[in-house]
Design a protein around this ligand. Structure first.
Ligand SMILES: Nc1nc2c(ncn2[C@@H]2O[C@H](COP(=O)(O)OP(=O)(O)OP(=O)(O)O)[C@@H](O)[C@H]2O)c(=O)[nH]1
Ligand SMILES: [Mg+2]
Length: 365
């Protein structure tokens, strides 16, 4: 796609234009999405620039997304990125896009994921996503990438310890940038100490001097060797079922089955929840009618307080555990931990306070 058309399409995706979203939903590509995150000024943009340079010289195409979740009013960072990146401008094999906060942080992460998907669909070999800072938004965005690079610098001392556990967890590769400054070896030891206390996964640490193009080949090699994270968030959500609380299944079925013409696929008693359940398929999703068998069941209490009606919406997601980590980082109220249901599927509920007033069930089959 021609660069101007690509920019227009990316803008449409950011705005949530349904046609543009449908376009990315139907397509994908083999490109590798790499998140680059770390504290302000660590040299993330310089690293992105150095990586883009090396990749271009190897004939690879590169899309860069510079995300600023804080939408800092100075505008310095993103402007700086643009100026540094201008030298790539005549090159059609590289495309640069800045994104700033629009609506909620979840919205920004989602928009970033969709724009990255657009670039993959357009056949870019690498999509480099730079996020500023080490906050929750960055964790959410970094989670969207196949591989996440956390950039640290020498001389952070105790700061390495102070960096939020969340960001250490998402690192697939550490880059100690500004390795031309004293203390890079100490920083490496600090990271290793921290890793040895944690999950035990072997995480490569690469020293770089972005401004001198040093260590960039090693960094790219470590990124390529890193196992790709499965695509988690984005277009793969589907409504599994809508749960409706009713006083009487027979009465409800007199409408859904007899009048509306839907078919009951299964009826079962779920003793643990004290409900009778009838499932009625509707294309790829279902309507789940829930009838309480006891006055102290959750469904009975729901009906008592709010009357019959929509009780919950259930979304199918590809990687529930990863999503829950991401949601918690964003401050959502998750009710308990994911657990196994009857059919061997995993599920968890999200409190209505986080979802716009409806209980949300997340399911992984
Ligand atoms: N000495 C040295 N300076 C570096 C290196 N990498 C980047 N810098 C300098 O560090 C400063 C910050 O670099 P940026 O690439 O803008 O850092 P950033 O992490 O993108 O910064 P923000 O986007 O504002 O968070 C710039 O002045 C760079 O020239 C390096 O490896 N060595
Ligand atoms: Mg930057």
């Amino acid at each position: 796609m021609e660069q101007r058309a690509l920019a227009r399409r990316a803008t449409a995706i950011e705005r949530g234009d349904p046609e543009a979203l449908a376009y990315v939903r139907e397509r994908s590509g083999p490109g590798l999405t790499v998140g680059i995150t770390g504290p302000p000024g660590a040299g993330k943009s310089s690293l992105v620039d150095a990586m883009a340079r090396l990749l271009r010289s190897a004939g690879k195409t590169v899309a860069v997304i510079a995300v600023d979740p804080t939408s800092r009013t100075t505008g310095g960072a993103i402007l700086g990125d643009r100026i540094r990146m201008r030298q790539h401008h005549a090159d059609p094999g590289i495309f640069i896009r800045s994104m700033a906060t629009r609506g909620s942080s979840g919205g920004l992460a989602q928009a970033t994921a969709n724009v990255a998907r657009l670039f993959r669909a357009e056949g870019f070999d690498y999509i480099l996503i730079e996020t500023v800072g080490v906050g929750q938004d960055e964790v959410a965005i970094a989670r969207l990438a196949d591989v996440t690079v956390v950039v640290l610098v020498p001389g952070m001392g105790d700061d390495v310890q102070a960096i939020k556990a969340g960001i250490m967890e998402i690192a697939d590769v550490f880059a100690i940038n500004k390795a031309d400054h004293p203390g890079a070896d100490q920083t490496e030891r600090d990271i290793q100490t921290m890793l040895s206390l944690g999950h035990g996964r072997a995480t490569p640490i690469v020293k770089t001097v972005a401004t001198e193009q040093i260590g960039i080949g090693e960094l790219l090699a470590a990124i390529e060797a890193s196992p790709r994270r499965a695509e988690t968030v984005d277009a793969s959500f589907e409504i599994d079922h809508l749960g409706i609380a009713v006083r009487s299944l027979d009465q409800a079925l007199a409408f859904y089955e007899a009048q509306l013409g839907m078919t009951v696929q299964s009826r079962e008693v779920v003793a643990a929840e004290k409900v009778n359940v009838a499932m009625l398929p509707a294309a790829d999703s279902r309507i789940e009618l829930l009838e309480p068998t006891d006055t102290d069941s959750t469904i009975a209490r729901f009906i008592e307080h709010r009357g019959e009606g929509l009780h919950h919406i259930a979304l199918r997601v590809p990687d529930l555990q990863a999503l829950v980590t991401c949601l918690k980082a964003g401050g959502a109220r998750i009710l308990g931990e994911p657990r196994s249901g009857a059919g061997g599927h995993l599920y968890v509920f999200v409190h209505p306070a986080s979802t716009g007033g409806v209980l949300l069930e997340l399911i992984q089959k």
